[in-house]
Design a protein around this ligand. Structure first.
Ligand code: SIN
Length: 549
């Protein structure tokens, strides 16, 4: 089996992975592994921008307060303060790397055109029109590709972490790299690295309707959990209130910035409804807006609601929202003349692998950054456009932290056993994967969505339990493919979300349940901390399968 050695294995090529790689490239050799093409990432789809205090009439304290308020008592206030305060330096760095944020008339001479989004008391979102994420990705990729000591391995999907615990080595358990699948030729190889950085993003694909691209299958969280790491607050799934409702549009996002520029949420007859739910109206925080839309759709029987931004006129809309304008036009909707049909869809995971701002997790040698991590910034509901900020700050802090570490000696002598496929055979029933994939996502959408109840969650738990058993058997009996791996991961995410949701006997932020509609006096994290076993057992099962063969 091929083994690749590197100083830092970075898994994922969105803003968190690329930014980490750029900083770590100052310290040693970096290998970025990404399961599709290098530019395929959730970052690419981020429309809104990066929330940061740059305006004179804004303050760190107000950004902190807005974040805490959206987070509904679940944020770690120290983490929020740290990330908000460290933001401006990272924005400067990004601008220095070549990112041109939109400029406009501004108070205080900062020169940026600042967007406004739900839950923010100020205009503070730096953006590049409605393609901020795409621009960030382009700039960072360009920089990464220019670096001699950073390599990018495309179409390489992580299967599981390799830990010294699994290798049955003495001493403290630590991460030593990962088994990977080359998606193109099916080869399985290992990467041996003293530090593995999970930057794999979120898992929106666990839901039938999502704003996320196909790659968002929660791989990092599922893999870390299997390796025994604590996973935190997985019940807090953010549903974006406004995804385009059109049979051919694959959950295309209509940015919250559209509401920030004055769009109203209305029914087909033009009547508004948001004031009934919150005095901030369309710019209430996302949990409130998504729940309001869900309620309106369910009570009126309508298939969707609408955004009305017509009054801003075509010249403004074309300039401020070029991608939204063009995409809607392709679907026959002229946003300067027509109402935009929208529905909520799964958008962001506030929970994830428990991690510090500097990426440290409970497993030495393993770090987590970006959406895969739960640092305490987002609490029970992420404030819009805080996630790219978090990724920038945490990637920098992670590199600072690793600079001060001494990697274990003789690392390259570590013996990594070859992957055993045992008597696994190529699958002749790929339909099983397809079927289970659809069942999983439908089950999550129907029973673990915006409004939950114990009955729905119990039903989901039973279904997912059966599905997971079947998926595990399939995983062990057939040769590994990317589809099987994603299904295995997505089913793990489903289990984590359902178990976390069942544990929370209150409604708070993004978790709303009919059985416990009140918010408890004290906010507590939901931590799932199963003993390491999942992947160790499955890895060992493979050895057993092999020795029997
Ligand atoms: C949006 O543009 O509405 C999405 C931004 C975000 O999720 O932070």
């Amino acid at each position: 089996m091929k083994i690749i050695d590197t100083d830092y294995l970075v898994v994922g090529s969105g803003i968190a992975g690329l930014m980490s790689a750029l900083h770590l490239g100052e310290l040693g050799r970096v290998l970025i592994a990404t399961k599709k093409n290098r530019a395929d990432s959730n970052t690419n789809y981020a429309q809104g921008g990066i929330a940061c205090v740059v305006a004179d009439d804004d303050s760190f304290d107000e950004h902190v307060q807005d974040t805490l308020r959206a987070g509904a008592g679940m944020c770690d206030a120290g983490v929020v303060r740290e990330i908000v305060r460290k933001g401006p330096a990272r924005i400067e760095e990004l601008a220095g790397l070549g990112l041109h944020f939109a400029e406009g008339p501004a108070s205080g001479g900062h020169g940026y055109d600042l967007g406004k989004e739900g839950g923010h008391s100020h205009r503070r979102v730096l953006h590049c029109g409605d393609i901020t994420g795409r621009r960030v990705e382009e700039v960072l990729l360009e920089r990464v590709q220019a670096r001699q000591n950073i390599d990018i391995l495309e179409h390489s999907m992580m299967i599981d972490l390799i830990t010294t615990g699994w290798l049955r080595l003495d001493g403290e358990n630590r991460c030593t790299g990962a088994y990977m699948l080359n998606e193109v030729n099916g080869e399985i190889f290992a990467v041996r690295a003293p530090y593995t950085i999970l930057a794999t993003g979120g898992g929106g694909k666990v839901y039938l309707y999502t704003s996320n691209p196909d790659i968002a299958t929660g791989d990092g969280v599922a893999i870390a959990w299997r390796a025994g790491l604590p996973v935190k607050n997985m019940e807090f799934i953010q549903f974006h209130p406004t995804c385009l409702y059109h049979p051919q549009a694959k959950s295309f996002l209509i940015s919250e910035a559209v509401r920030g520029e004055g769009a109203r949420l209305v029914h087909a007859d033009g009547s508004g409804f948001m004031q009934k739910y919150d005095q901030r109206g369309e710019l209430a925080s996302r949990d409130i807006v998504a729940r309001a839309i869900d309620t309106e759709i369910k009570t009126t029987g309508a298939r969707c609601v609408y955004l009305d931004i017509r009054e801003r006129g075509e010249p403004f809309l074309r300039k401020r929202f070029p991608a939204i304008y063009e995409t809607c036009l392709r679907f026959g909707i002229n946003i300067a003349r027509d109402l935009i049909p929208v529905v909520p869809a799964a958008h962001y995971f506030c929970g994830g692998v428990a991690a510090a701002v500097n990426g440290e997790t409970a497993l030495p040698g393993l770090l987590a950054v970006g959406e895969v991590a739960c640092t305490g910034l987002h609490g029970a509901n992420r404030l819009a456009s805080n996630s790219l900020l978090e990724a920038l700050v945490c990637a920098f802090e992670l590199a600072q932290h690793l600079q001060a570490q001494c990697p274990p000696a003789d690392f390259k002598c570590l013996d990594i056993p070859a992957w055993q496929s045992g008597d696994a055979v190529p699958s002749d029933e790929a339909v099983v994967v397809e079927h289970n994939w659809n069942e999983m996502r439908t089950c999550m959408w129907d029973y673990v969505g915006i409004v939950r109840s114990d009955k729905r969650l119990d039903r989901a738990a039973r279904r997912i339990h059966n599905l997971r058993r079947e998926i595990r058997e399939y995983y062990l009996n057939y040769l590994v493919t990317a589809d099987t791996l994603e299904l295995r991961n997505i089913s793990a995410i489903g289990e984590l979300v359902v178990r976390s949701a069942l544990r929370r006997r209150e409604s708070r932020g993004l978790h709303f349940t009919l059985d416990y509609p009140e918010t408890a006096d004290t906010a507590t994290d939901t931590v799932i901390n199963d003993p390491p076993g999942g992947h160790i057992q499955e890895l060992r099962d493979r050895q057993i399968v092999c020795s029997l063969a």
